[in-house]
Design a protein around this ligand. Structure first.
Ligand SMILES: CC(C)(COP(=O)(O)OP(=O)(O)OC[C@H]1O[C@@H](n2cnc3c(N)ncnc32)[C@H](O)[C@@H]1OP(=O)(O)O)[C@@H](O)C(=O)NCCC(=O)NCCS
Length: 175
């Protein structure tokens, strides 16, 4: 497993730029992380105001600087809006393992954007970071997420539990 996120690895797809998060994204990140639809199946702390959104951005910057995680903003090439995010974290060096997380603003869902971002991030994880396993924990009723994972050839592992999140199930992709 090999990674150093400085300089930040910007990724490009046909319709998207995957770039670093920065403080000018605070308003968009606040909107995304407080969106009811986005949060329907995600159990996490939501920012109460812009200052908490900025604190979240600071935490992400530190994580990236320390090579403990990487979080890309998914930006539209056509209108330069922040559409969502995708990231890798919870690295386990001995096993060349990382966990993937992802979210899209509902107005950009069902258009294949997340599949496009996923393909690039999986390539980066397996080829540049030399990961062997990428795992996604997703709520058992999150059908859009499950369909995305199955399309990307992730395999359901009923024997794996997500500690503290009893409604989550595990999907893994191995190289
Ligand atoms: C999970 C999530 C990212 C999936 O997003 P999505 O937009 O459904 O995923 P995709 O990018 O793969 O889009 C797939 C759909 O776009 C359609 N589509 C339209 N144009 C397309 C194109 N050019 N290429 C590919 N698919 C296209 C596909 O047919 C597919 O629809 P279908 O499922 O009815 O067949 C999204 O539902 C989300 O952000 N949810 C809230 C956050 C969340 O739960 N995150 C997961 C936490 S574990």
């Amino acid at each position: 497993m090999n990674f150093n996120f400085t300089p930040f690895p910007v990724l490009e797809t046909e319709r998207l730029t995957l770039r670093e998060l920065n403080l000018t994204d605070a308003k968009a990140i606040f909107g995304l992380r407080t969106n009811k639809e986005v949060n329907e199946f995600i159990d996490r702390k939501r920012p109460n105001n812009l200052s908490e959104a900025r604190a979240f951005i600071d935490r992400i910057s530190t994580l990236t600087l320390n090579n403990e995680g990487i979080f890309w903003v998914i930006e539209s090439k056509s209108n330069h809006q922040l559409m969502g995010s995708i990231g890798l974290r919870n690295f386990e060096d001995e096993d060349d393992y990382a966990e993937i997380g992802y979210e899209l603003d509902p107005i950009y869902q069902q258009k294949g954007f997340m599949s496009e971002a996923f393909e690039e991030v999986l390539k980066f994880g397996f080829n540049q970071m030399e990961l062997k396993t990428i795992e996604a924990f997703t709520h058992k009723n999150n059908m859009d997420s499950i369909m995305l994972l199955e399309k990307q050839k992730f395999v359901f592992h009923p024997e794996i539990k997500d500690e503290g999140f009893e409604n989550n199930i595990s999907y893994r992709l191995t190289k």
